[in-house]
Write a new protein. Structure first.
Length: 152
């Protein structure tokens, strides 16, 4: 979809803070409230705006231990891939899962409270999924950049 300059500014404002009123966006964009409302509705209807969410502070939720886990399946068959994906989406600790190229098949981003909880997750949940050949974990020392904004 092609965006004009106003769409780009509006999407940036919405990604920064979607709880502002239409009037506040209108003031920042020098547009009428109706014009901003209509733009937002168009962006929602065309599914440029997928949904609105609240971002939770990981420390306040006691989930600030972040692990990145590479997973290699025993075989890369359609059946094994489907089964793994079906099961991994059910794990609440996994906040992101990507099917990737390279030495491993998947990379998972996992939020837990500490190393002990991560170990329990690995032993009782992740490795309980059939057809996992191997895993490799890395742990976040410092979060240098984290954003949910998509550059437009």
């Amino acid at each position: 979809m092609n965006f004009d300059e106003v769409d780009i500014k509006l999407l940036s404002l919405l990604q920064e803070d979607c709880k502002k009123t239409t009037k506040e966006y209108a003031n920042k964009l020098n547009l009428s409230v109706t014009a901003v409302y209509e733009r937002i509705k168009r962006l929602e209807k065309t599914e440029v705006i997928d949904k609105y969410v609240a971002l939770i502070n990981k420390k306040q939720a006691n989930k600030s231990f972040t692990a990145l886990c590479h997973v290699k399946l025993v075989q890369h068959t359609k059946d094994y891939v489907s089964r793994f994906e079906k099961e991994v989406v059910q794990l609440k600790e996994v906040v992101e899962c990507y099917h990737i190229s390279g030495d491993y098949d998947y990379i998972l981003k996992i939020h837990v409270s500490d190393m002990e909880e991560y170990r329990e997750f690995m032993v009782s949940k992740l490795t309980a999924i059939s057809h996992i050949g191997s895993t490799q974990s890395s742990f976040v020392i410092t979060e240098v950049k984290h954003t949910t904004s998509i550059p437009i």
